[in-house]
Design a protein. Structure first.
Lengths: 252, 293, 360
């Protein structure tokens, strides 16, 4: 069974059809790329998958479960986590607390237990600290755990966002332009991290990216969107060799 | 007949709310901020009218013009000193600043004019209208308020549709960044908005204190808040909306006082605000705004 | 630019410093009272000081931690004051011991306020920013108006209420008027003492710190910092907003109970929106989000004007207003901030240059 199966997904904004009958199938453990020129509807597609927008038509199946039309919170609990194109961290919280927020739904104790410092508070907080530090270590952020998230350099902020998304224990991770604004060195490092996450967390990853060098190296399969429509999809090497794709990117 | 009388009183009070609400709605539409101090500008305007007409004996029209000038200067100054530096700050910070300005105006008036309320002498010199053999009496203050507010709404709508500055206002309220790119001077437009809103506040102050002749440093606070309710009711950012909202709130308040409870009239007006925001937060003539992800 | 950002200090350390300051201040005050070193006027301020501090800490949870502006604090206080006082008046004979009755009154006042807070919060918390502020203000005024118009009496047949007049209640001749419209409540036992008020404040501060530094507090602050990201990691926005709003209302209600038991009579007019704004002033001047700051600001800003009543008197509120505006201009204005940093580094540069000069 596919991890993600999208069938003829569409959304209209007024008269504009931002995503038009797009279908896609991602197998478990795949590293999948979503590419296309600016305004092709990639981020809108992510927003549909994560429940920010409700689709006009079409279905979204996650690991065999229909999640079409559910809200963001339920979709996250069903197993999709994401990062954002313009980084959205909890900027006044510490790096550690950003990740602990991600652990929120898995380590539970009540507000009263927290306010009155009952034993479960200490037990769960300790477990959360341990788990969060493990995650931070993966992204080489453990030394910055006590810094406010806004105090991190740009590249590390992107990594922290991935760490926070992973903390929610997702089945599918959506990365929206993870390499945006990074220098080649940082991008290379990020590629390593993404591969590491896929291998060590047993993760399925779908990413939007403009950096073709990154996409061509790490993505096994690609889907290309153009004007909200599916241009083509398949193995990375095949897609990149497709003349239609080249035209869409470089123009006639 | 009693009902008709109350209705007319309500429309007249509502017309004053409408004039105040215009100030709220324009500033909210263009600067995207709630100018909490707007009600207190009314109070300052009323004091200026009092000083110039009652104390100095100037003719009422001249007194109101002087008050308009004074309030315009005040409004522009407030915007420049307190709000402009915060244009990129959070709405929380801006609102707290506006509350600070409101407090400042109330207390500076307290220091200057003292805590004792002043008996305001009406500046309206219009004869009483009697209908149905004197069964319905419309005071000069009431008829003036209605006529003045209608004239203002029409003039303002024409100003926004027909003049360059008015169109610039519309552009800034739609999209500040795009307006700037198109060569609109955003700072000047926002200043102009505050200037117009404050000048209207002066007129509202004169009308309000002529109809309800007690003036103290907190005179503007409650009418200010109610006018905000009116602006929201009509749809924030909409000029005809402010007029409709104002009149509805005025009528609700007066009828509430007459037929339900004097004590609870304010509670009823605030209840309206809550109901509107719960069920139609965009008001009668407003439009929806979405957040971008 | 160097990338040395201050680390976030652990809350445990912060909170224990605050507890220490509070206990020290309490001990000093007790000694001063016992030795008769402070005036009667100051002594009468001790309970209100604690009340304002509780109100400020509680409002800070909504303004600083949740990041939403509520102007309804006086309304919750009013509900706490009315229900708590009513309970005490009714139970004066059944529970003569104030050491038992008063804590119960505190709890009842707090719970009633919290229930109102949550009931109001359900429709209101969908709104954001300016609208939320105005709606909470509206609710506060509605509560004040209704309490001010309320008549409640009790006779052998039970309770009678009216929103019109005392005679409208149809009370039997043996009946007793409990709430007398605009005149409010009369005959509340004066159970509030400085010690009880302080204990309530101390517990409030502990609750506030523990709340912020818990799973719930973290969720609330995440929502404050970025609502969309908070939703994307599965945080239930409405739930956490309601919890915070309810807690704020609960604590404000408790403060209201203490307030009402400090005077024999109680009128609803006291709880107008000026009271809410005054509390907001404390929160802002103490530092939005700083619990210790809220306590200190509430105490200092209540004390100074009282001590200087002769000299500053009517300038007090003017002074608050100016500080409020100045605070916001200094803290929220990015341009000013960067100018200040630039100026500071320039200043440092000058100092370094001078030192170099000295070496030469």
């Amino acid at each position: 069974m596919a991890m993600l199966e999208v069938k003829s997904l569409s959304i209209n904004f007024g008269g504009l059809r931002a995503v038009d009958e797009v279908s896609m199938k991602i197998e478990k453990g795949e590293l999948y790329g979503l590419i296309g020129p600016n305004g092709a509807g990639k981020t809108t597609f992510f927003n549909l998958l994560t429940g920010v927008y409700k689709p006009t038509s079409g279905t979204i199946m996650l690991d065999g479960k229909n999640i079409t039309g559910k809200n963001t919170i339920d979709i996250n609990r069903a197993g999709i986590a994401r990062t954002f194109q313009n980084i959205r961290l909890f900027k006044d919280l510490s790096v550690l607390d950003n990740v602990k927020s991600g652990l929120h739904s898995q380590y539970k104790y009540s507000t009263l237990e927290g306010v009155f410092r009952l034993p479960r508070y200490f037990k769960k907080e300790k477990e959360m600290d341990k788990k969060a530090m493990e995650l931070l270590k993966v992204f080489d952020l453990d030394k910055e755990a006590a810094l406010p998230a806004s105090g991190l350099p740009y590249g590390k902020q992107r990594k922290l966002e991935i760490a926070r998304a992973l903390a929610t224990n997702p089945k599918l991770l959506l990365l929206d332009e993870p390499a945006a604004g990074m220098n080649p060195h940082e991008t290379a490092e990020l590629m390593e991290t993404i591969r590491f996450v896929r291998d060590n967390f047993d993760m399925t990853i779908l990413l939007i990216e403009h950096d073709m060098s990154l996409v061509s190296v790490i993505c096994e399969k690609l889907t290309v969107l153009n004007f909200g429509q599916l241009l083509c999809g398949g193995k990375t090497s095949d897609v990149l060799a497709n003349p239609e794709v080249i035209t869409a990117y470089l123009g006639e | 007949m009693g009902f008709l009388s109350n209705l007319i009183n309500g429309i007249s009070l509502g017309s004053i709310y409408a004039v105040i609400a215009l100030g709220y709605t324009m500033v909210y539409g263009i600067a995207k901020m709630l100018n909490f101090a707007h009600g207190d500008v009314i109070m300052i305007g009323a004091y200026v009218v009092y000083l110039t007409s009652v104390k100095a004996g100037l003719p009422p029209v001249l007194a109101v013009v002087i008050a308009m000038v004074a309030c315009t200067i005040l409004g522009i100054t407030i915007e420049k000193v307190a709000y402009k530096p915060l244009r990129k700050a959070t709405s929380l910070a801006v609102l707290i600043t506006a509350i600070g300005v409101s407090y400042f105006l109330q207390n500076i008036a307290l220091v200057i004019f003292g805590a004792n309320p002043i008996n305001f002498t009406s500046v309206v010199n219009v004869p009483v209208i009697k209908l149905f053999d004197g069964q319905i009496v419309i005071s000069g203050e009431a008829s003036t308020a209605i006529v003045v507010s209608v004239v203002i709404v029409i003039a303002l709508s024409l100003f926004i549709k027909k003049t360059k500055s008015g169109k610039a206002m519309l552009a800034v309220s739609e999209d500040k960044g795009a307006a700037q790119l198109m060569g609109v001077n955003v700072n000047r437009t926002i200043s102009l908005t505050f200037a117009i809103g404050s000048a209207l506040a002066a007129i509202a102050g004169a009308l309000l204190c002529s109809a309800y002749p007690i003036l103290s440093n907190t005179t503007g606070a409650m009418p200010g808040i109610k006018a905000f309710v009116a602006a929201v009711f009509g749809g924030i950012g909409s000029i005809p909306g402010a007029m409709i909202g104002g009149i509805l709130i005025g009528v609700i308040e007066i009828l509430g006082k007459a037929y339900i409870s004097t004590q609870l009239a304010d509670a009823i007006v605030f209840g309206v605000l809550i109901l509107v925001l719960m069920f139609k937060p965009t008001g009668i003539l407003g439009k929806k705004i979405n957040e971008k992800v | 630019m160097k990338n040395k950002t201050k680390t976030i200090k652990p809350y445990t350390k912060q909170s224990f410093i605050t507890y220490g300051i509070l206990i020290a201040a309490f001990a000093v005050t007790l000694i001063l009272v016992e030795t008769g070193s402070i005036s009667f006027m100051l002594q009468s301020l001790l309970v209100p000081l604690c009340v304002y501090a509780i109100l400020a800490v509680s409002l800070n949870l909504t303004v600083g931690i949740l990041g939403e502006l509520s102007l309804g604090q006086a309304g919750f206080m009013c509900i706490g004051a009315y229900t708590g006082a009513l309970f005490s008046i009714l139970m004066q004979e059944a529970i003569p011991e104030s050491a038992i009755r008063f804590p119960l009154a505190l709890l009842i006042g707090g719970v009633c306020a919290a229930i109102f807070g949550i009931l109001i919060g359900i429709p209101v918390l969908r709104l954001r920013g300016d609208y939320l502020a105005m709606v909470t203000l509206a609710f506060g005024e509605i509560i004040k108006n209704i309490c001010g118009a309320l008549y409640l009496g009790k006779d052998s047949e039970g309770f009678h209420a009216s929103l019109d007049s005392a005679s409208d209640m149809g009370l039997a001749p043996d009946g007793k008027v409990l709430i007398n419209g605009a005149l409010g409540l009369n005959g509340t036992p004066k159970d509030s003492t400085f010690i009880i008020a302080f204990i309530a404040l101390f517990i409030t501060v502990i609750i506030a710190y523990n709340f912020v530094n818990s799973r719930t507090g973290r969720a609330v602050m995440s929502i404050r910092d970025n609502r969309i990201a908070a939703e994307s990691i599965g945080l239930n926005i409405t739930k956490y907003k309601l919890i915070t709003f309810g807690l704020t209302a609960f604590l404000a209600g408790v403060a209201g109970v203490i307030y009402s038991h400090n005077f024999a009579t109680l009128q609803a007019v006291k709880f107008d929106y000026n009271m809410s704004i005054l509390i907001l002033v404390f929160v802002v001047l103490g530092g939005i989000g700083s619990i210790r700051g809220s306590v200190i600001a509430a105490v200092v800003l209540t004390l100074i004007p009282e001590l200087l009543r002769e000299t500053i008197g009517q300038y007090r509120m003017l002074f608050y207003a100016v500080i409020l505006i100045a605070m916001m201009l200094l803290t929220a204005n990015t341009k000013f901030k960067s100018k200040l940093t630039a100026y500071m580094s320039k200043l440092k540069g000058l100092v370094v240059k001078e030192k170099k000069g000295e070496v030469k």
